[in-house]
Design a protein around this ligand. Structure first.
Ligand code: HEC
Ligand code: HEC
Length: 214
């Protein structure tokens, strides 16, 4: 509760700072009225210092419990970073300063950078417990929103393709228990899943190689 409240306050401060930064930028930019276009190179610079230790500079995280960001949807990344700032989604690792200090421009740049990374390294984890059962369930329940190939059909829905096994398991369990309150749709979906379903689904989606998204 307290954490959510305080990160909400921090989020507001960051937003004020972002407004100030954007205002400053518009003086520098040749009087263009629009917000700056996303700049993946600037995103990469920031990712190096602020994100790479946990998510990898290539978007493939070194820790099993930390999500990969490589090839994730831009809109989804932006939405989740904003949710960390406002406290709608809580994560101790994203308590200030990690999310709190990001401006709106930073968030756009980071999302553009990570989303645009193309795949080379396979990020599939250990071999799946029951890949076929996972694929079967995915077809029945998940494909409508996340795509059977793990590339979601809607910009605000995350790709699951190539995501870390342990991360997927942790998130599905958190949606099921309500510990993670989804911004959209996932709590009722996860409530239908057994432990085995979760393990198999995570294995299936994580075994698919990630692809780059614009
Ligand atoms: C100290 C480690 C750490 C750092 C630094 C960090 N993250 Fe994270 N990040 C995590 C963890 C752990 C999660 C999963 C949180 C959860 O379990 O809900 C996460 C989740 C995310 C998510 C949600 C992913 C999804 O699939 O829903 C995004 C987006 C994200 N981080 C972006 C960033 C960006 C951009 C930066 C740099 C500004 C950053 N993170 C810095 C550890 C970190
Ligand atoms: C009706 C659409 C819908 C269906 C069906 C659905 N999802 Fe989701 N899923 C979403 C949305 C939307 C989100 C983003 C939730 C948020 O914004 O908080 C999400 C988020 C997730 C996440 C978190 C990803 C991340 O990067 O943090 C996982 C994991 C996930 N879904 C797995 C599944 C699995 C496995 C199934 C099938 C059992 C499934 N979903 C079925 C819409 C759906």
């Amino acid at each position: 509760m307290n954490r959510a409240n305080s990160s909400f306050v921090i989020g507001r401060r960051a937003r004020l700072a972002a407004i100030a930064a954007l205002t400053a930028l518009s003086f520098v930019g040749a009087g263009v009225a629009h917000a700056a276009r996303p700049d993946p190179a600037a995103g990469e610079e920031l990712a190096k210092t602020a994100c790479a230790s946990c998510h990898g500079l290539d978007g493939v995280s070194p820790e099993a419990a930390y999500p990969n960001l490589k090839g994730q949807k831009v809109k989804y990344l932006v939405q989740q970073l904003e949710a960390f700032q406002s406290g709608l989604r809580t994560s101790p690792e994203h308590a200030a300063p990690v999310a709190g200090e990001l401006s709106k421009g930073d968030i756009k740049n980071l999302a553009a950078y990570y989303s645009g990374l193309s795949d080379e390294a396979s990020i599939a984890d250990a071999s799946p417990p029951d890949f076929a059962a996972g694929e079967e369930k995915a077809k029945m329940i998940c494909a409508a929103c996340h795509g059977l190939d793990g590339i979601s059909l809607v910009a605000a829905y995350p790709n699951l393709r190539g995501q870390k096994v342990d991360y997927l398991i942790r998130q599905l369990e958190a949606f099921r228990s309500g510990e993670r309150e989804s911004l959209q749709l996932m709590n009722p979906v996860a409530s239908q899943l057994t432990d085995d379903d979760i393990k198999n689904l995570a294995a299936f989606f994580s075994s698919l190689e990630p692809v780059s998204q614009e």
